[in-house]
Design a protein around this ligand. Structure first.
Ligand code: CTP
Ligand code: CA
Length: 232
């Protein structure tokens, strides 16, 4: 296992990593959220820093500490995550979207706490779609090759398509360079110290990374990135 970096093979590289799950507020005290702890994304930031990269972590409500040597920008909502990522991607050599942005947010955020009444009335909550940050990062990229853009996908297989079929389609739809795929059939992967992934490349490659510590998985992902990124 590679808990420690062997070399500073990422030195000179500026990397931007997102981690955690966004919160979409209904009122000042309530939000729609998701179960992402940010562990895998934080491990990706930690692995890159230990290999000499200059790392900025955009952290959305992460449940774990920020590793030493990593600059952090804290955000809560998908809109804030969008701004934080788009602002910094142009000055990055690699961008890893490990965060779990909410797909939808309440159409309006009440400025005061929503109250219940004795009549049993329930509020109607209308949702609107959030912007797709990964697609925006790809669309805004000035140079087809830089920054290298990595997406994540948690997929389940179904009757019509396997996990990898769904993932290939997602990689094509998003237009990113690499997609790190998690098989979450049967509720796997949340709040576990270990993970198992397949790294898909837009060139058709598929690299299986066997079950291991999230930091070990993170190093394997950087191995795939390092092969493709320009270290000018
Ligand atoms: N992502 C993003 N912005 C969003 C939603 C997702 O940047 N609003 C990114 C995630 O960080 C991840 C990748 O897109 O890197 C895939 O996320 P996923 O939720 O699997 O993709 P979706 O397009 O939202 O598809 P689905 O309908 O399967 O949720
Ligand atoms: Ca989604």
């Amino acid at each position: 296992e590679r808990g420690e970096a062997r070399t500073a093979d990422l030195s000179g590289l500026r990397v931007l990593v997102s981690a955690g799950g966004t919160r979409e507020y209904l009122d000042p005290v309530r939000y729609l959220g998701n179960r992402s702890s940010g562990r895998q994304g934080v491990a990706i930031a930690q692995a890159a820093a230990s290999r000499g990269a200059k790392v900025t972590l955009v952290a959305a409500n992460i449940a774990v500490p920020v590793p030493a040597g990593v600059d952090v920008v804290r955000v809560e909502t998908t809109a804030e995550l969008y701004d934080a990522m788009l602002e910094r991607s142009g000055a990055s050599d690699a961008v890893v979207m490990a965060a779990a942005p909410a797909d939808f947010r309440p159409a309006t955020v009440a400025t005061a706490k929503i109250k219940k009444d004795d009549a049993g009335t329930v509020p109607d909550i209308t949702l609107v779609q959030n912007p797709d940050i990964l697609r925006a990062l790809v669309d805004e990229r000035q140079d087809r090759r830089s920054p290298l853009i990595v997406g994540f996908a948690a997929e389940t297989g179904d009757d019509t398509a396997s996990v990898l079929d769904h993932a290939r389609a997602k990689l094509a739809r998003k237009g990113c360079d690499l997609l790190v795929v998690n098989d979450v059939s049967g509720g796997k992967a949340f709040d576990r110290p270990e993970n198992e992934v397949v790294v898909l490349g837009d060139d058709g490659t598929a690299t299986h990374v066997p079950l291991g510590a999230k930091l070990t998985i993170a190093h394997a992902i950087w191995d795939s990135i390092a092969q493709r990124v320009d270290k000018a």
